[in-house]
Design a protein around this ligand. Structure first.
Ligand code: AHR
Length: 499
């Protein structure tokens, strides 16, 4: 077994890992909201005011910190007043982006904020810039958050909610360079500032940021909009296995070559973070403006036979390794990355939960979030690990490959408020186990415990076999004073706690 040396410098505290890095995204798309989260009060599926109890419990268990809603592209078509008041009077609309299906607006503002309260997470609302108005957005925030007397707050009370809600984050539009209005960066900067002046009530305002690694968009926004006018700049980047949008690759039936190509594509996130941080640094040395990666994850072809507009895909060990790489990157870049939202929470893209009628399963990605949850609000500490390059040979690479490296090992380390150390580390190799020989100078930890998630690269959970991929207690980790030894099997994610 190859040994790789690792060092952790617990005295080198780099940045706080905002809990919001473990955030999620839920859009009115396919079966994310309807069926996935909301089934209605009359459903035989156990629910509280229409919201699935099993889903709420599963999300509470991973301490879901923040949820972004209602889109996505849907946000710039959404008129919030369609989704309040008695359900029978709510306007039915066509969901133009996602399958052209009828949206009956039975899940609206009250239901979303009720869901956040049931789960115990912060709300992140994206207002409609593309086809809405400043007035509409300003009134929505007033409706949700104001304690004063006004037509909007009276309307809220009439609809059954006396107290205002807390909405911590508001996003001003979504992908306004694309489905949110096809604007250029200068034009959007002006529109942003106009919304910024009037949309009050949230603690933080997030501006629409670049499509993937578009440095020009970021530069323009940073130049035109200052840190007092925005607290975050969003960024969207998806990992597409083949790098081709017309044939993205299957979510379950892929070979080892495609596995490695997918993971090498996901490492492009590191390049994006470094480049975007570089641009932001020029204007904001003090890290006042956060990079908010509010859509990320793997995007494959849909499961055969399902509506192509519903973006329903399965989730395997490949996705678990991919999630582990991205979450370790966000931790390592937490000086600038203040929030990240995996797309999407239930039944869409890299979902942590899949439902079928009354059945619900947790995907391998769910388990990675569970294993990483102790990093939330902890302090990132310096770590370095020797590595092995797994990049496929040129003849095995997909055309248009975005990065030219694929390290086997990805890791991040933090120390929490009680002084416990948490190490999350994954091995992307499919044929090589490693022993990680880790030195933690001056460590005084007494006990070690570990959990492992491992399986074949396309192992998955199904409704018939829901726990095929699940974390298990692991005894392949030993601690002797300042020396920690971790056996890391091929295709595995490991979470270690030192107390
Ligand atoms: O998550 C699916 C879609 O991807 C979102 O609606 C959009 O913002 C992005 O292009």
């Amino acid at each position: 077994m190859t040994t790789l040396k690792m060092t952790i410098d617990q005295t080198n505290r780099i940045s706080k890992i905002n809990k919001e890095i473990y955030g999620h995204f839920a859009e009115h798309l396919g079966r994310c909201i309807y069926g996935g989260i909301y089934v209605g009060e009359d459903s035989p599926i156990p629910n509280t005011r229409g919201i699935r109890n099993d889903v709420v419990e599963a999300l509470k268990a991973i301490k879901l910190p923040v949820l972004r809603w209602p889109g996505g592209c849907f946000a710039d078509t959404y008129h919030w007043q369609d989704g309040i008041g008695p359900k029978e009077n709510r306007k039915k609309i066509v969901n133009i982006h996602w399958g052209g299906v009828t949206e009956d607006n039975s899940f609206g503002t009250h239901e979303f904020l009720d869901f956040c309260e049931q789960v115990g997470c912060e709300a992140y609302v994206a207002v409609n810039v593309g086809s809405g108005s400043v007035k509409e957005a300003a009134e929505w925030l007033e409706y949700m958050t104001s304690a004063n007397e006004s037509p909007m707050t009276e309307l809220r009370k009439k609809n059954g909610r006396e107290k205002p809600w807390k909405v911590k984050y508001v996003g001003i539009g979504n992908e306004n360079w694309g489905c949110g209005g096809e604007m250029n960066a200068d034009y959007y900067s002006n529109v942003y500032k106009q919304f910024h002046c009037f949309v009050r009530g949230a603690e933080q305002q997030i501006a629409c940021g670049p499509n993937s690694n578009d440095a020009n968009w970021t530069d323009t926004l940073m130049k035109n909009v200052g840190p007092w006018q925005m607290q975050g700049l969003s960024l969207h980047h998806y990992t597409v296995p083949t790098n081709q949008w017309h044939h993205k690759g299957d979510s379950v039936n892929f070979d080892e070559k495609e596995y490695y190509n997918t993971l090498s594509h996901t490492w492009f996130m590191e390049r994006i973070l470094k480049d975007q941080e570089g641009v932001m640094q020029r204007y904001d040395n003090d890290h006042r403006i956060g990079l908010v990666v509010d859509e990320w994850g793997i995007w494959t072809d849909v499961i055969e036979g399902t509506n192509p507009g519903f973006l329903y895909q399965q989730n395997t060990m490949r996705d678990a390794i991919l999630a582990s790489i991205n979450l370790n990157l966000f931790n390592q870049h937490s000086a600038r990355v203040k929030m990240a939202n995996i797309a999407q929470m239930v039944n869409v893209l890299q979902a942590v939960i899949l439902t079928e009628g009354e059945k619900m399963i947790k995907t391998p990605t769910y388990h990675v979030f569970d294993m990483y949850k102790d990093h939330m609000e902890a302090e990132l500490v310096y770590s370095h690990c020797e590595n092995k390059e797994l990049m496929p040979q040129p003849e095995h690479r997909h055309p248009g490959q975005q990065v030219d490296h694929l390290p086997a090992i990805s890791q991040s380390v933090s120390v929490d408020g009680e002084g416990k150390m948490h190490i999350t580390i994954s091995n992307a190799s499919l044929d090589e186990d490693f022993e990680i020989d880790c030195l933690i100078p001056r460590a005084e930890y007494k006990t070690v415990s570990a959990k492992i998630l491992t399986g074949k690269y396309n192992a998955l959970n199904t409704f018939d076999d829901p726990d095929a991929v699940a974390p298990k207690a692991y005894d392949g980790v030993t601690l002797d004073c300042d020396s920690l030894k971790m056996k890391l099997p091929a295709c595995s994610v490991l979470a270690v706690e030192l107390c």
